[in-house]
Structure formats: C-alpha cells, structure tokens
Design a protein around this ligand. Structure first.
Ligand code: SAH
Length: 306
C-alpha cells in the first residue's frame, strides 16, 4: 500500500495514542511541575479579563494528555468551563480522572459558540506534516510504501530551493489556526520548533524513550515534527513567538516555584530542578516557543511583551 506521508503520520499517531501510555515514552512540561499548569491558568484568567470578561469562561485544551495541565490551571481559575479536544479514548479516561467536569470533543467543530481561550502544549507537533523534496525536475511529495519513502511529482506551490531540499507543510495545524481565527479565539500554543522556517525533515519517532525509525511499525512510536511558528505567524494575527524561558519567567515561574518550595521543603529540590529544566537553553527553555493567535485588537498579552 502506498500512502502520502502525512496520511501515514496521522494513521500512525492515532494508533499510537489509542494504544500507548505516551508518558512512558516521553515527559512534558505539565508532568514536570504543577507550576506550569498554574501559570497557564493564571494567564488564561488574565486574558479573559482583557477580553472584557465574557459571560462564559470558555477554557479549551487541545491534546490534554493526562489532564494534568488543566487540573493545575483550575486551581488558579476554578470558575473556568472546561472543554477538551481529544481523539484518544484511552487518554480521555486519564483526563476524566483529573478533570471529571470537562466536556470532550473530537475537533473544534462541536465547541459551543462564543469567545474562548485555548491552551495547547505539545499538540501541534503531533499533527501530520506533508513533506516535499526538490528534485532535478521540480518538487516531489514524499509517500510511504512498504516501510520506505518514495516520491511522486507534485504541483504543490512552493518557492524554489536547491535540489535535495526538504520542506514540510503542516496543513492540519494551519487549518486548526484558521478555524480558531474565524471564531475570534485566543489560542496559546507551546511547542518546539525554530523561530524561522527551516528546511529539512524534522520528523522524529520516539519509542520507549529512544529515537526510532519513523516508518517501522506504525503505531509503536510517537511521531512528531517541529512546529513552523513563522508559517503560522505569517498567515494569522499572532503575538510572539517568544522562547519558553522568557514566557514562563515573565509569568512568574521562579517566584511561584520558590513559594511552593518554602511551603513544601521535601519537594523543594524537585520543584527547582523542574523550573530549571523548563528554562535552561540546553533543555526546554530555548527550543520550545510560545505563540498566541488572537484578534488584532487585543493589547500585548502577558509573557509576550518582549
Ligand atoms: N498536552 C499534553 C499531551 C501532549 S501529547 C502534555 O503536555 O502533556 C499530544 C496530545 O494530543 C495527546 O493527548 C494526543 O492524544 C492528542 N492528539 C494528537 N493528535 C490529535 C488530534 N488529531 N486531535 C486531537 N487530539 C490529538
């Protein structure tokens, strides 16, 4: 069977998230420290006030994983009305254990109308990318056949590049952003990827905590691609991207960490270590970025001033 690469990636990830506990394979910011979700909860509450305090406090999370981020966010903003966009039945159960009052959706389409704030940590990177290779005769698209890459000529409009260049297009992420913009949502994306669009394949497979072959055994590994923040920022009204360390530091990561560390001395070391891991440039501080998609008329939102 021959399959376009993005279709392969979508199928592999749907199978992976339906059958695996991803948190045995990798860890994420909300799983490192409760402060991450608390800061995002405070951020969302402030943004809701800046939006003019709409009647419904619609707080949506896309790809909420174990529900940890939202559990922590609700400690700071308990009045929020929580909706989750999640396709994995298995992860929905995990989320229900931590946020029983949430309402679940397969996509943005079934959310109630009206102003909303969306949070998404490491969500866009799980969406499928199309890959194109510049050949002697023009652009070709990557397909997968019998566990190896093949190429087919493509009419997809791309700027010219040297022969051999690979370009990735995350159509699913762009469609998600277009739907958010159409409904006037404010969306905070935290994910890893460069500031400027970069050539090359960024697709990675992680299996049992180690890099694996993305094409071997679809569904056994988590497939991700770097998020092209510049591509989103050039098409939509956005603030940022800023590096994760600047964003979290501006929101008070270290103050909140110190406060909790003093109250819970037995956890002080772990809390401080996690804060450092989220901000150290060689760990998650620099490769991870925060980008907000929001209506043009909103003033600068917290953490995005730089
Ligand atoms: N935000 C969490 C989990 C990140 S893992 C954290 O930071 O810990 C990616 C999450 O996105 C998982 O919950 C996965 O099931 C979900 N997901 C992946 N593709 C999706 C899609 N197309 N639609 C909805 N959810 C998706």
């Amino acid at each position: 069977m021959a399959e376009r690469f993005d279709h392969f990636m979508a199928r592999a990830n749907a199978a992976y998230y339906a059958t695996h506990n991803p948190f045995e394979d990798f860890t994420t910011a909300p799983e490192l420290t409760q402060v991450f979700g608390e800061l995002l909860g405070a951020w969302a509450k402030t943004v809701w006030q800046m939006m003019g305090a709409p009647e419904h406090r619609l707080l949506v999370e896309a790809g909420p994983g174990r529900g940890t981020l939202m559990r922590d966010a609700l400690r700071v903003w308990p009045e929020a009305e929580v909706h989750f966009i999640e396709t994995s039945p298995r992860l929905r159960e995990e989320q229900r254990a931590r946020v029983p009052q949430a309402i679940w959706h397969d996509s943005l389409a079934s959310l109630p109308p009206g102003p909303m704030i969306l949070l998404a940590n490491e969500f866009l990177d799980a969406l499928p990318v199309r890959q194109f290779i510049r050949t002697q005769t023009g652009w070709a698209e990557r397909w997968v056949e019998n566990g190896t890459y093949t190429e087919r000529p493509s009419e997809f409009p791309l700027p010219d590049d040297p022969v051999g260049t690979i370009r990735e297009i995350n159509e699913a992420a762009l469609a998600f952003c277009a739907a958010l913009e159409a409904r006037g949502a404010v969306a905070l994306f935290i994910d890893y990827g460069p500031m400027q669009s970069a050539a090359g394949s960024s697709v990675q497979a992680i299996r049992a905590g180690k890099y694996a072959d993305p094409l071997a055994e679809p569904g056994a590994a988590d497939l991700t691609a770097h998020v092209d923040f510049a591509a989103i920022a050039s098409r939509f009204s956005t603030q940022g991207p800023v590096k994760q360390n600047a964003f979290l530091t501006a929101l008070g990561l270290f103050q909140r960490t110190d406060f909790l560390a003093q109250k819970n001395p037995e956890q002080a070391e772990a809390l401080r270590l996690s804060a450092r891991r989220l901000t150290a440039p060689e760990a998650m501080g620099s490769l991870f970025k925060a980008l907000v998609l929001c209506p043009k008329e909103l003033p600068k939102l917290p953490g995005l001033e730089s």
